[in-house]
Design a protein around this ligand. Sequence first.
Ligand SMILES: Nc1nc2c(c(=O)[nH]1)N[C@H]1C(S)=C(S)[C@@H](COP(=O)(O)O)O[C@H]1N2
Ligand SMILES: [Mo]
Length: 322
Amino acid sequence: MLIKKSSPWEIPYSEITPQSVYLSRRRFLTRTVAAGAALAAGRAVLPGWLSPTGAQAGTKLTGVTKSSYGTDEKITPYEHVTNYNNFYEFGTDKEQPAKLAKDFKTSPWTVAVEGEVAKPAVYDLDTILKLAPLEERIYRHRCVEAWSIVVPWIGFPLHALVKMVEPTAKAKFVAFQTLFDPKQMPVARHAGIPFPYVEGLRMDEAMHPLAILCVGMYGETLPNQNGAPFRLVVPWKYGFKSIKSIVKIRFQEKQPPATWNLATPNEYGFYSNVNPDVDHPRWSQKSERRLGEFLKRKTLPFNGYASQVSQLYAGMDLRKNY
Ligand SMILES: Nc1nc2c(c(=O)[nH]1)N[C@H]1C(S)=C(S)[C@@H](COP(=O)(O)O)O[C@H]1N2
Ligand SMILES: [Mo]
């Protein structure tokens, strides 16, 4: 089977990297069997992960350049990053999203950009992928629950999308929304937080070059449990700001709601910059455990990105604006 390469999604199955060893054998077999069955039935269908309208999780991304942004710290093993997740739509236990998001349908996928912009639009994922060159960014990620990971994300700066849709002078904040489909997310009703999951950034935060829209990791498209097909990554903030599986981006004058702030405002603020000096009401934020490591390490202000982002908050009391 020959597939024309016109976007990073469209790659022949033979090109999928040895990283496919990470795919569970069962999932691999299911795909192979499904493809075989379709061929046997004489149907001219492409298996989903080769379809030109979007790839499934775990498809190699081509044409990715290494970015000068990012850390040279040791990358956390893929197994940890993909089996210990927060994605409450698919369960509140860390091991649940890897299992319960397995069949999450991420293709076709569209993202609506609306509100205070000159060019509102509904983008499909292929268009989004062509907005800007894809870069690999190795970032630290610090969950508010005091664990951390180092991940080779693949994406492009959020400001590339912001500039393209031409925000009006009234656009002071950017609001993000995750898909909510109770049929595909039946356990979500036990999560104890409101859905759809929403988040937001101030405009200058959204324009900061460290903030990225992310379509992949470890050389491949995002696994479902990590927010496929399209998520935000804001490395200087606690992990819950990095909203997954985005379907809507809205520009607005008012500060948008944020899910954890709605759920427990005394515990989670809008800004949520990593701050070792402000404890969570129920635990310390001074240190963290890197997944796969035994000893704890010190948590750094702004998760180690202070020299790049602290000027965004000049004059703000970061104890009050937590
Ligand atoms: N839609 C949605 N996005 C989400 C979450 C969630 O529950 N739902 N959890 C957040 C939290 S608390 C963290 S720490 C990160 C975890 O990302 P990871 O599983 O890729 O490590 O996703 C964030 N994005
Ligand atoms: Mo988190």
